[in-house]
Design a protein around this ligand. Structure first.
Ligand code: AMP
Length: 537
C-alpha cells in the first residue's frame, strides 16, 4: 500500500482500541482496498456483497466489524448468545478463519469467544456450543445438523457471513443452505464474500441479503505484474518431467513451491518421479483426511517442506458432484504462506483455476511467480488466460512471458527423466495412493491426541516421506558435472566458492524473467560469460 495515498486508516474506522492493538501486533499498517471499503459499510449495519481476490485481506474485512459489533453489544450487557455465524465451504477454511479471527481478537481477553465446529467430533462441538460462544465458524452441513438437533439456536444472531460463497452455493451445500435460512431470525446483517461471482451467487444472494451494497473493487483479480510474474514453458507431455527435473536439480527453482497437477493420480505420479531424484515433496488432495491436509499446510508454512503437489481434481473435473460434507477443492482459499512459485505442471483446465492457483503466491506484499508448462492441447485455455490477464492489467503486451527452455541444453536429464517417468506405472500409482492414505490415516489417529497443544511432537509426523513403490536408483539423485549445461557450470562453481546468492533462483531473480537474457539456460555460453565478467579465482 502506498503510504502517500489518502487511504482511510484503521484508527479512523471507529474500531475499538483493543482491535487496533491486535492489528498493530499483526503488523498491518494500512487497510487493504477491500477492508477500506467494506469495514465502514459493515459497521454502519449494511448488508454487503464483497467480490475480492484471494489474498486481498477479505477475512479481516468481515471479521473486524463482527468483533467490533460484539464488543459494542457487550457494552450494553447483552445476553450471551451466538452473535455471528461464519459459513465456509471446508474444514480447512473454517480452521484458518478461526485462527485469523483469534489473532484479531487477541487483545480482547476472554470477552470474545470463537469456536470452529466444522470437525467431525460431535461431542466436542456440543460442548463448545453449550457455552454459547459469540462467533461460530462452520460449514453449512454441520450447522444444519446442530440446528436440527436443537443443540443451538440462532435467535440472537446479528451477523451472517458466507465466505467463499461461490463454493458454498455451487458445490453441494445449496440444499443445506436453503434449509438453514429457516432457522435465521427475521433481522440480521448478512455478508457474502466470494472471489468470483457466479450465477448461483446472484440467485442465492436474494435469499439472505436485503438491499446489499455490492463491492466489486476496481482491482485486477491478481496482484500487479510488478509483484507477480507469469512465465510459460512450451512443452509437450513427454518433455515436462525432464524440464521440471532439470529446473529443480539445477536449483533454478528455489523457495517454497506449490506444484499443481490436474488429477490425484498425477499427484502421486509426480511425487514418485521426484522421489527417484531424491526430491522430497508432499501431496495435498481432497482424498486425504482433513487434519492431515491442515497439518501439511501448517508444516509447509513453517518451512518444513519446499514442495507441495496439489490437485484440484474435485473442482476441476467434478464440479457440482462434491458430496455435501466433502471439501470443495483441497487448496482453494487455503492460505499457503510465503509461496515463491506456483508451478502449473499441468496447465489448469479453465481460466478461473489459473487465477485461483496464481493467488497462492504473491500474497500480502510478497513477490511471486507462476510458471506454467503449456502443451499444444492447452493452447486454447492459455490464450483465454492471457486475455483475462491482459484485461485485468489493461495491458497490450503479452503478460505470460515465454521461458524459452532450451531442451537440448538438458538432454541428459531427458534420458534420465524418461526412464524414471516410465517406471511409474498405473499400478505403482495405485499402490502409492493406497499406501499414502493408510499412512496418513495412521498419522491422523496420532494427530487426534496431539493436535491440541503438542506442537513439537507434531514435527515428527512428516508428510514428505518416500512412498517407495518404485525402485530408487541412487545414481539419479546425483547430478554429475557432465550433464550440467555449460552455461551453468561456471556459475555453479563460482557459487560454491562465493556467495550462493549468485546462483540466481527462479523466484528471487525476478529480473531473470523480465530480461530473459539473464537466464543461464537461455543464453549462449559466450553471452553468459560476457554478462558475468571474468571468472574469479
Ligand atoms: P485473506 O485474503 O483474508 O486470506 O488474507 C490474506 C493475507 O493478508 C493474510 O495472511 C492476512 O494476514 C494478510 N492481511 C490481511 N489484511 C492485511 C493488511 N491490512 N495488511 C497486511 N496484511 C494483511
Amino acid at each position: 500500500m502506498d503510504p502517500n495515498k489518502t487511504v482511510k486508516q484503521f484508527h479512523e474506522m471507529e474500531l475499538d482500541d483493543r482491535i487496533l492493538k491486535a492489528i498493530s501486533k499483526l503488523g498491518w499498517t494500512y487497510p487493504t482496498l477491500i477492508q477500506e471499503a467494506a469495514i465502514p459499510l459493515l459497521l454502519e449495519g449494511k448488508d454487503v456483497v464483497v467480490k475480492a481476490r484471494t489474498g486481498s485481506g477479505k477475512t479481516a474485512a468481515f471479521a473486524l466489524p463482527v468483533i467490533q459489533k460484539i464488543l459494542n453489544s457487550k457494552l450494553n450487557a447483552a445476553e450471551q448468545a451466538i452473535s455471528a455465524l461464519i459459513l465456509s465451504p471446508s474444514k480447512e477454511l473454517c480452521q484458518q478463519t478461526r485462527a485469523a479471527m483469534e489473532l484479531m481478537a487477541s487483545k480482547c481477553g476472554k470477552v470474545i469467544r470463537i469456536v470452529d465446529v466444522s470437525s467431525s467430533d460431535v461431542v466436542a462441538q456440543k460442548h463448545a456450543l453449550s457455552e454459547r460462544p459469540d462467533i461460530v465458524i462452520t460449514t453449512p452441513a454441520k450447522i444444519l445438523t446442530h440446528l436440527q438437533s436443537g443443540a443451538i439456536d440462532l435467535k440472537k444472531l446479528e451477523t451472517l457471513v458466507v465466505d467463499e460463497a461461490d463454493l458454498v452455493f455451487s458445490f453441494g451445500f445449496e440444499k443445506d443452505f436453503k434449509k438453514l435460512v429457516d432457522f435465521l431470525p427475521p433481522i440480521y446483517q448478512a455478508v457474502l464474500v466470494s472471489a468470483t461471482f457466479t450465477d448461483d451467487i446472484k440467485d442465492m444472494k436474494n435469499l439472505i441479503l436485503h438491499n446489499p451494497a455490492i463491492l466489486k473493487l476496481e482491482e485486477p483479480e491478481l496482484v500487479p505484474e510488478s509483484q507477480l510474474s507469469h512465465q510459460r514453458i512450451l512443452a509437450e507431455e513427454n518433455d515436462k518431467p525432464a524440464i521440471l527435473c532439470a529446473l529443480l536439480k539445477l536449483r533454478l527453482i528455489r523457495g517454497k513451491n506449490v506444484i499443481f497437477v490436474n488429477s490425484v493420480d498425477r499427484c502421486y505420479k509426480l511425487k514418485l518421479f521426484l522421489e527417484q531424484f531424491s526430491i522430497k515433496s508432499c501431496i495435498l488432495n481432497s482424498e486425504l483426511p482433513t487434519k492431515i491436509r491442515i497439518h501439511t499446510i501448517n508444516q509447509f508454512n513453517q518451512g518444513n517442506y519446499d514442495f507441495i503437489i496439489a490437485s484440484d481434481e474435485n473442482m476441476l473435473e467434478n464440479p457440482g458432484r462434491v458430496k455435501s460434507d466433502t471439501e470443495a477443492g483441497a487448496s482453494r482459499g487455503i492460505d499457503f504462506q510465503c509461496v515463491s512459485n506456483v508451478i502449473n505442471f499441468d496447465f489448469p483446465l479453465d481460466v478461473n483455476s489459473y487465477i485461483h492457483r496464481a493467488g497462492r503466491t504473491a500474497r500480502g506484499t510478497n513477490k511471486g511467480c507462476v510458471l506454467s508448462f503449456v502443451s499444444m492441447k492447452d493452447k486454447e485455455v492459455n490464450d483465454a488466460v492471457e486475455d483475462r490477464l491482459k484485461s485485468g492489467y489493461t495491458s497490450e503486451d503479452a503478460i505470460i512471458k515465454n521461458y524459452q527452455f532450451k531442451l537440448e541444453e538438458v538432454e541428459p536429464f531427458r534420458y534420465r527423466a524418461k526412464d524414471a517417468w516410465r517406471a511409474i506405472t498405473r499400478i505403482a500409482v495405485h499402490e502409492a495412493r493406497l499406501r499414502e492414505i493408510k499412512t496418513e490415516i495412521f498419522n491422523n489417529e496420532k494427530l487426534k491426541s496431539f493436535f491440541a497443544d503438542n506442537n513439537r511432537e507434531l514435527q515428527v509426523l512428516r508428510h514428505d516421506k518416500p512412498l517407495k513403490v518404485v525402485k530408487i536408483q541412487p545414481h539419479l539423485s546425483h547430478v554429475p558435472e557432465y550433464i550440467v549445461p555449460k552455461a551453468l557450470k561456471r556459475l555453479a562453481s563460482s557459487t560454491n566458492q562465493r556467495s550462493s546468492k549468485q546462483f540466481k533462483s527462479f523466484s528471487a531473480a525476478k529480473s531473470t524473467y523480465e530480461s530473459q537474457q539473464d537466464n543461464p539456460l537461455l543464453c549462449s555460453d559466450i553471452d553468459y560469460a560476457k554478462k558475468r565478467g571474468p571468472r574469479r579465482k
